[in-house]
Design a protein around this ligand. Structure first.
Ligand SMILES: Cc1ncc(COP(=O)(O)O)c(C=O)c1O
Length: 462
């Protein structure tokens, strides 16, 4: 019995998988301020054209450039591991496998797209990239990628995480990135928010507005913005995770996966593992595919499917997605990367279609699960990842109760070695669960009023 299933470098997937080619109902387009579908040119000040083309592509398979693969070889293919010790502790007949994305230099799945995005920017002649970061994982991944490709990187980091996670900022600086707390006084969007609410903990929506403003106001034309999740091309770059996992499962003759699980903030690590399995489900396979979010930021489980902006200052086009409203400032829970008001349009459409079964978890249960994991498997997960682990444990216990030998696969999206303050708060008994109250939810989604409404399109097959 293998507990580490490895691939050689020459077995790495050489193409990314694009779910937009196979969704039974086509994606609805992003809209501009006039409510009409935007043209690629409308995004040209924000992203390089080669990534805009990828964003809009409906090609099923897209070649991974050789130079991107050469950087990914530093840590890819990542191990597929079997959580044998957790299985034993739970007394479950389920076989639990996980993709270990924590082995990348910054410690998460984020560099899979950071490297690709930095490479495409460089190929387009861009010299500097701006971005936002929540927990700091994305900012450190992009700083790392920019260091390897010789680009400058500026990161707007959500204030609450900037204060809670000083080591992430130091990682960014070590890779040559510049990191400021958001909202900052360096952009008009940041100054306006600080004037209204000087003590705001910040949000990803605000930090995105600042990073976009910074990019589009560079008159040299050599700066672009980069997003670490949500958009189609970001999810595309992450599918290398699920494609590797399929090869690894084949190697050990594990031919049927019953449950696929990932935590979901903007949706990228979940999609990266799950989309190749969503294709199997579209083609008839019986798989339960579960994205997991926090109860404090219940985008998939309680928010409407709407057209909304990706940022607070309404600089992005309107995206068709589940959204808590662009003004949503999430409570300062410890899983910083799961505090985003929206959900990737591709993930959202797959939910509308009934292909996915979203769940929400409270943070106390997540830390309890993370501790059980650390004390059985040994590795300390990121607080975001612990949401997936909590759902895995629920499914493994269900398998025990039903006496079923299920195969459960999940994405171990990152390690938590920079996130120990959250563990300390949990172990000291200071962490509380927080479910978003209904009146807060209603207040927040009121910002969607007046925006166009996407029709709910589904085949009814699932
Ligand atoms: C370790 C880890 N997992 C998950 C996430 C959530 O992001 P996404 O839903 O895009 O994978 C983050 C985001 O910062 C993260 O750092």
């Amino acid at each position: 019995m293998s507990i580490k299933i490895l691939l050689d470098e020459d077995e790495i997937p050489r193409k990314w998988y694009n779910l937009a080619a196979d969704l039974p109902t086509p994606m609805q387009p992003p809209l501009g301020p006039d409510g009409k579908p935007i043209s690629p040119d409308a995004l040209a000040a924000v992203f390089p054209m080669n990534l805009i083309e990828q964003e809009m592509s409906t090609e099923r398979w897209i070649d991974i450039p050789e130079e991107v693969l050469e950087i990914l070889y530093r840590w890819r293919p990542t191990p597929l591991r079997r959580a044998r010790y957790l299985e034993k502790a739970l007394g479950t007949p389920a076989r639990i496998y996980y993709k270990d994305e924590g082995v990348s230099p910054p410690g998460s799945h984020k560099p899979n797209t950071a490297v690709a995005q930095a490479w495409y920017n460089k190929a387009f002649g861009i010299e500097r990239i701006t971005t936002e970061t929540g927990a700091g994982q994305w900012g450190s991944a992009l700083s790392f990628a920019c260091a390897l490709l010789g680009l400058k990187c500026k990161v707007y980091m959500v204030r609450i995480s900037y204060d809670q996670k000083p080591f992430r900022k130091l990682m960014m600086q070590t890779w040559g990135g510049e990191c400021v707390a958001s909202p900052s006084t360096q952009t008009r969007a940041g100054r306006e928010i600080l004037e209204k609410d000087p003590d705001t903990p910040g949000s990803l929506g605000i930090a995105i507005s600042e990073a976009i403003e910074d990019a589009v106001s560079d008159e040299s034309g050599k700066t672009r913005y980069s997003l670490g999740s949500v958009l189609n091309h970001v999810l595309l770059h992450q599918t290398i995770i699920g494609l590797e996992a399929k090869k690894q499962l084949e190697k050990i003759n594990e031919n049927k996966v019953d449950v696929v699980i990932g935590c979901a903030g903007g949706g990228s690590n979940f999609a990266g593992l799950a989309f190749p399995f969503v294709l199997d489900k579209i083609n008839g396979a019986d798989i339960d595919i579960i994205p997991v979010e926090p109860t404090s930021c219940p985008t998939m489980t309680r928010a409407p499917f709407a057209y909304d902006h990706g940022d607070t200052a309404k600089m992005t086009p309107l995206l068709p997605m589940f959204s808590l409203g662009h003004g949503f400032v999430p409570p300062p829970i410890h899983a910083g990367g799961l505090r985003y008001h929206g959900m990737a349009p591709l993930v959202s459409q797959a939910i509308v279609e009934g292909l996915l079964r979203p769940e929400a978890m409270g943070q106390v249960k997540c830390y309890e699960s993370a501790l059980l994991w650390a004390r059985t498997e040994g590795y300390i997960p990121a607080p975001e990842t612990s949401h997936a682990i909590a759902a895995v444990i629920d499914e493994a216990v269900k398998a025990r109760e039903e006496g079923k030998e299920k195969v459960i696969l999940f994405n171990w999206s990152g390690h938590g070695l920079m996130d120990l303050m959250g563990y300390e708060a949990y172990m000291d008994g200071r962490l509380k669960d927080y479910a978003l109250p209904e009146e807060e939810l209603m207040k927040s989604i009121a910002s969607l009023e007046g925006l166009p409404k996407p029709p709910i399109r589904k085949t009814g097959r699932w």
